[in-house]
Design a protein around this ligand. Sequence first.
Ligand SMILES: Cc1ncc(COP(=O)(O)O)c(C=O)c1O
Length: 399
Amino acid sequence: MNATLRTTGQLPLQPDWIPIADPGAEVRALRSSIQEAIDKVLSGGTYILGEETAAFEREWAAYLGIRHCTGVASGTDAIALALRAVGVKKGDEVVTVSHTAVATVAAIETLGAVPVFVDIDPVTRCLNPDLISGVLSSRTKAILPVHLYGQPAPMETIMAIADSHGLAVVEDCAQAHGAAIAGRKVGTFGHAAAFSFYPTKNLGALGDAGAVVTDEASLAQRVREMREYGWRERYVSHIAGTNSRLDELQAAILRVKLPHLDRRNEQRRTVAARYRQAIQSAELTAPAVIPGTTHAMHLFVLECEIRSAVEESFLRSGVRTGRHYPMPVHRQPAYAGRIRGGDRLPVTEQLADHILTIPCSPEQGEDQVQRICDFLRAWPNASLQARHTSIPHRSARIG
Ligand SMILES: Cc1ncc(COP(=O)(O)O)c(C=O)c1O
């Protein structure tokens, strides 16, 4: 077992381990097209906000079915710029969830705005719209739902509540490229939406990248100005801005990958369906199938009655697992005790203690899918199939 060691980040990885994600596999498959796209940028001589960025912005907007897309430097920036564009200012409250990547909350605070938490729905694992009215105050300006794991949040209900209270809505679509509600892509429901193209996302660059999308020309214009120092024309800032530009290499790489997104999402859903079928034990709960929604299946997150046992057995069977996220934001040292609503999140807390992400990527070969299905089918006797005795403890960041 210790013959050839590969490494993922800093972890030694035995050849037959199933990784939680393998972004390199897609790159290997598309290597010649990616190389061609990179070469074109290298010889073009424009490296930031050039033709590749403009073309990717058009193509991503067309894919979603929305008028405007503005490429920015990361998903976190995209959320912050979208919030600013819809008018959120210092001291304004933004209603969101604690069961998310910390970036959602960090982005709100970069503006000096104030996150307020509501609990999630136990079935969608996304913001529970029934709880929004209970946290509204005179300072509430916006709602920031997160389509976590690729499952769309209930946008029609959220928009109706926002409209009735005059609130803006920014969707956090960082994990939901291609997810949809009744065929309509997420990112097209709110006043604006933010995407991340971090390398492990369903559509990933080879570095940091993000985008803000909107149907409103004035919002798009504000984001375009803010991403480059508030410039309307070069060197003249009309509003206070920042530097959050998308570079040409990332845009060119995203253009190569975009035509493969739908097929790859379908492959993710096929793997997920097989996992669902394999689960026999009441100790394991698969993510719910919610009628009328198309899951992007960014992450396949089980709920396990006794997580540590499942986790350890998976590891002993050579399957890496993850926790997304091990600690909800309101419990993390930087946020604990200071975010309104953080003391009323029973569903978030319950879920956080039971979630376990298992590999579910388009790259997984039949043998890997089968191994995981065999494990799920055999649980709670799956540990009998253990093949590894030494267990590494860290898994790669994928969500
Ligand atoms: C739900 C969610 N929101 C926001 C982000 C931030 O994106 P980025 O890492 O590109 O800044 C991420 C990415 O990790 C995410 O998963």
